[in-house]
Write a protein that binds this ligand. Structure first.
Ligand code: NAD
Length: 426
């Protein structure tokens, strides 16, 4: 296929998450057969919106923030993906996160494309009122491309169900009709789904069970290290402990803690909620940040940000199994090192898909205005995750590739089949 050179913001040499994603696409292309003629589609987001988000601060001055919404692919359905509030958010990062959402949604076979949004802001510096104004103005600005059948945002790093409620209200006010299906991850009282808050962690734990079973690694007594104790890491750590595993190490933005006898997840989470961090938690050894990657453990769960497991620390990792709760935590170079060292990596695009799976259930429930029980939701979630993991495992065996490339084979095939069937408009 003939194409013009890529514009600078799509630079394949980009060192961050977007470059990582492009490298992952290059690795899967040889397995796509005749569909590889469409692969360029996956290297260019369908639609990118950059918005200025001005708000009045409590002190009367006006501050401007940069916001983004990227719809990477909509061949299989509306865009779907979270919104991140973080001081380091950039356009290429949001592009990569949107692309990973396309892959994830296709891998789980949800009828969605992929999208992602973000604002370059440290929300910890804002009052509640400022945060609400920021969220509402951002929602209004991206309102021209989102909607229940167009693109459906959800929570991500530093966004939560209150922020989803403000987004839903703002969109609804602009539309003149309550549109609960415009975002997922809403409060249950506002059309949210039971089980949504825990869904990503539950999904991470489910694929961990499946992978550990195939490795012959019993979860009871297994030593677990978790980076990031937020929505994803916190729930995952709790489920591991309930299964008899020992959470021996954690790291968040402020501290790294180690306790071989087990940290005690409930007390740790209570401390983190009260103090804003695990820093200062009694009875554990506090270590320098880089030491986290060397600590003795059997299972490692990165559940914070991307680009954490690198060529520098991958050789020190002691775990046999890594389950990617975060999006993009492992660089391609680190992937190669871990493969050589026979460390099994269950990639983000399958491991953390539980959240978007229950988001899909929430969206379906909103459309039908008929709500399911928590048991029903959890059972459907676990079944979907198990089936998706089994398909990925089988594909990896067939082609003798990593679980990441296997997931990309399944997902990219589905996306490009849809592309081919739809044809090019006009
Ligand atoms: P969160 O804001 O609830 O928690 C983030 C955690 O990471 C916090 O404990 C924070 O202290 C920690 N952290 C931040 N910077 C860190 C650093 N430099 N080093 C170590 N720890 C650091 O976010 P979340 O919703 O749990 O998301 C975490 C990851 O999971 C992200 O990559 C996100 O994209 C991904 N994810 C989230 C969901 C979801 O449903 N929330 C779904 C799929 C994937």
């Amino acid at each position: 296929m003939h194409s013009h050179p890529l514009p600078s913001y799509l630079d394949p040499q980009h060192p961050g998450a977007w470059g990582m994603y492009l490298e992952q696409i290059d690795r899967v292309t040889p397995y796509l057969g005749p569909l590889s003629r469409w692969v360029e589609t996956l290297k260019r987001p369908k639609r990118i919106l950059i918005v200025d988000v001005p708000i009045e601060l409590d002190n009367g001055t006006v501050a401007h923030f940069e916001g983004y919404r990227v719809q990477h692919n909509t061949s299989r359905g509306p865009g779907k993906g979270g919104v991140r509030f973080h001081q380091d958010v950039t356009l290429p990062e949001v592009m990569a996160l949107s692309a990973w959402m396309s892959v994830k949604n296709a891998a789980i076979n949800l009828p969605f494309g992929g999208a992602k949004g973000g604002i370059r802001v440290d929300p910890r510096t804002l009052s509640r009122g400022e945060l609400e104004r920021l969220t509402r103005r951002y929602t209004s600005e991206i309102g021209i491309i989102i909607g229940p059948t167009r693109d459906i945002p959800a929570p991500d790093v530093n966004t939560n169900e209150q922020i989803m409620a403000w987004m839903m209200d703002t969109y609804s006010m602009n539309e003149g009709a309550t549109a609960t299906g415009v975002v997922t991850g809403k409060p249950v009282a506002l059309g949210g789904s039971l089980g949504r808050k825990e869904a990503t962690g539950r999904g991470v734990f489910t694929v961990a069970q499946e992978a550990a079973l195939r490795l012959g690694l019993p979860l009871a007594g297994a030593r677990v290290a978790v980076q990031g104790l937020g929505n994803v890491g916190g729930v995952t750590a709790r489920l591991f402990e309930q299964a008899g595993a020992i959470v021996v190490a954690v790291q968040d933005h402020a501290a790294t803690l180690y306790k071989p006898a087990g940290l005690g997840v409930d007390a740790l989470l209570a401390h983190a909620t009260a103090q804003g961090s695990v820093h200062g938690f009694a009875g554990a050894e506090a270590l320098p940040r880089d030491d986290f990657w060397r600590l003795p453990c059997d299972i490692l769960i990165p559940a914070a940000l991307e680009g954490q497991i690198t060529a520098t620390n991958a050789m020190h990792i002691t775990a046999r199994l890594i389950i990617e709760g975060a999006n993009g935590p492992t660089t391609p170079e680190a992937d190669d090192i871990l493969a050589e060292r026979h460390v099994l990596v269950v990639p983000d695009v399958i491991a953390n898909a539980g959240g978007v799976t229950v988001s899909y259930f929430e969206w379906v429930q909103d459309f039908s205005s008929f709500f399911w029980t928590e048991d029903e939701i959890n059972a459907r979630l676990v079944r979907r995750m198990q089936e998706a993991f089994a398909a990925v495992w089988e594909t990896a065996q067939t082609h003798q590739v990593s679980l990441r490339t296997a997931t990309f084979i399944i997902a990219c095939t589905r996306m490009l089949q849809a592309r081919e069937l739809r044809g090019l408009y006009p």
